[in-house]
Design a protein around this ligand. Structure first.
Ligand code: SF4
Length: 200
């Protein structure tokens, strides 16, 4: 099974297939892998030792960053993710990013942002929509209508502990006008908007 895989200049880490959302655009609906990777459906959730061993199979000095991403929401395994991040930190100064739906505080039912301090360089959060109703329609979050506001609060709180906080929307599924509104929301939170290319 694929625990780590390469995308451009990054090593991506696939620790779970669990996610509280069922986004209408989720790449998981399109097939087993992305960017030419083998299947990202996991036979079992890898242990921390399995993830460390998989990371050790790469020469990190040749890459720009390690990204916790994969076919699921990485913060579903927050304690293990942080343990792996600490391991990477102990052996390399490579940048470490989490790609997340920003719902970690709802998943864990507590504030989790401070846990990232000193371990994570970038948090990239899917903004997806400019209001709670549209967000819920797109993400079908199991946490319901409060998810959008929780995700915004998470983004703002992360800026206290993480050097770079980015929010993303997907091009083509959002109009230029909607993207302008997203930019305004991001500015009010003190984070940067990134419009990601649509991938079919
Ligand atoms: S949050 Fe990410 S992994 Fe979860 S359903 Fe949405 S796109 Fe897929």
């Amino acid at each position: 099974m694929t625990i780590t895989y390469k995308v451009k200049n990054g090593i991506y880490v696939n620790m779970t297939n669990r996610c509280p959302c069922a986004c209408t655009f989720c790449l998981r609906q399109n097939g087993p892998g992305v960017y030419g990777s083998d299947s990202l459906w996991l036979e079992h959730e890898p242990s921390v030792d399995e993830v460390k061993a998989s990371i050790d199979s790469w020469n990190l000095s040749k890459y720009d960053e390690v990204v916790f991403c994969g076919y699921g929401e990485p913060t579903e395994r927050l304690p293990e993710l942080l343990e792996v991040a600490a391991y990477i930190r102990s052996k390399s100064d490579i940048k470490i990013r989490i790609n997340t739906n920003g719902l970690a505080d709802l998943i864990w039912n507590r504030p989790t942002e401070a846990d990232l301090e000193g371990l994570i360089d970038t948090v990239s959060i899917s903004l997806n929509a400019n209001n709670a109703e549209d967000y819920l329609k797109l993400t079908r979050s199991k946490f319901g209508i409060g998810s959008w506001q929780a995700m915004l609060d998470y983004a703002k709180e992360c800026t206290k502990y993480v050097p770079k906080v980015v929010m993303t929307v997907v091009d083509k599924v959002t109009t230029p006008k909607e993207q302008e509104e997203s930019r305004r929301i991001c500015e009010s939170l003190g984070v940067t908007l990134r419009v990601r290319p649509f991938e079919s």
